[in-house]
Design a protein around this ligand. Structure first.
Ligand code: PMP
Length: 393
């Protein structure tokens, strides 16, 4: 009995979430119409919480590349690269990702989660010290934890807090790893990378930046926040995912350090899982080309980000600290946020609910993310339904 008793808390949470209406963790999109629209329970719904930043999931060139790869290479690789061999397409994508970041080495993983587990567990060992931003994604936490290294959390985006921890580490600071994201997906704010780089250099530490949400979004070439803030050459390891602006699934690590190539020999999340299927590798590779060839995608994304942020802000909503494609609206108590999120869904707007303990503080949020593929009318409709919800609830 005891083995299964521990699910009582989850059962309780499920009941709480379902009591108000829809359970936010169980939404089914019956039909995907476009990158920004779907059918939920027969209702035409604007998808405003997908992280599909460049809207490339329905891009004709990406779809064609995926189709061709299935036809010529089959539906799957049926095993890990260590055991079954790499397909040439995995190697080509790795090389192009490295070129894109302006570094010699690149490595592809089956998911972004695996990229973080695989990189961090290979880089860190028990006895090492890692300094981790408190709002870092679960995959960064899990990777650090699995490595057995000593984890020291610093306050989110707070370089004074980071420096305090570096000071306390004494001599160990000289070889520790600092782990941060570029754009944080919780509140849509960016890391202060130049200040973090200054500390890294002063103490002789290493720096890993997760650009999962910033790839294709920030920087003149779309490399991410490190590019936008002019510190790419000071980052030791870039990690990220294919599941957001590249519209597919998978993850990567790129680096100027040749030891990245050796991670292949020791990284269990790389070795003991099947490699990405040909269609995924092909559509991701095409999306990487589109990202570089079509800067207008980024321009449209930012136009929509400004429209949504300004529209919600000017309607009296409490939004995050800076304009970005991730717009989190603070609603206070879960008892307020849950009906609010339900109202949006029932009126054709799909967003993400963030409630404690999954939110960064004691507050609950409804989070939107915009896409380059949203039209101005869709963004306007999102703002309008938010205002209706505020009036009615
Ligand atoms: N890093 C960050 C910052 C993320 O937000 C996510 C996913 N939300 C991941 C890594 C994991 O990526 P994936 O979904 O490709 O596993």
């Amino acid at each position: 009995m005891a083995l299964l008793d521990k699910f009582a808390a989850a059962d309780n949470l499920k009941a709480q979430l379902s009591a108000v209406g829809h359970d936010p963790t169980q939404v089914v999109i019956d039909k995907i119409i476009t990158a920004t629209e779907g059918l939920v329970e027969g209702r035409h719904t604007i998808l405003a919480g997908t992280n599909n930043y460049l809207g490339l999931t329905f891009d004709t060139a990406c779809i064609e590349a995926g189709k061709q790869a299935i036809e010529t290479q089959g539906t799957g690789t049926t095993g890990s690269r260590m055991a079954n061999g790499s397909f040439a397409a995995h190697k080509a994508l790795e090389q192009d990702l490295a070129n894109f970041f302006g570094v010699p080495y690149g490595m592809v993983f089956s998911t972004g989660y695996a990229a973080n587990l695989g990189t961090l567990t290979a880089l860190l060992k028990p006895g090492d010290a890692v300094l981790l931003d408190a709002d870092a994604h679960a995959s960064l936490y899990d990777g650090c934890q699995m490595s057995g290294a000593d984890i020291f959390r610093f306050r989110h985006n707070d370089t004074a807090s980071l420096e305090k921890r570096l000071q306390r580490l004494g001599e160990r600071a000289a070889d520790c790893l600092i782990v941060t994201e570029g754009l944080y997906s919780v509140m849509g704010d960016c890391a202060p990378l130049p200040e973090i780089v200054e500390l890294k250099k002063r103490y002789g530490a290493w720096l890993l930046v997760d650009e999962a949400h910033s790839l294709g979004v920030y920087g003149d070439s779309g490399c991410g926040v490190a590019e936008a803030q002019g510190v790419m050459q000071d980052v030791d390891f870039f990690v990220g995912t294919f599941s957001k602006s590249l519209g597919a699934m998978g993850g990567f690590c790129t680096s100027r350090h040749p030891q990245l190539e050796l991670i292949r020999y020791v990284s269990r999340p790389f070795i003991f899982t099947a490699s990405s299927s040909p269609s995924i590798v092909a559509s991701t590779h095409e999306a990487l080309r589109q990202l570089q060839a079509r800067p207008e995608l980024r321009k449209n994304l930012w136009r929509n980000a400004h429209q949504l942020y300004r529209g919600l802000h000017d309607s009296g909503f409490e939004v995050g600290p800076e304009i970005s494609p991730v717009v989190a609206v603070r609603l206070g108590k879960k008892e307020v946020a849950l009906p609010f999120w339900n109202y949006l869904l029932e009126n054709g707007i799909y967003t993400n609910l963030m409630a404690p303990p999954a939110s960064p503080d004691q507050h609950s949020y409804v989070r939107c993310s915009v896409s380059a593929a949203h039209t101005a009318q869709q963004v306007e409709r999102i703002i309008q339904v938010f205002c209706e919800a505020k009036e009615k609830l």
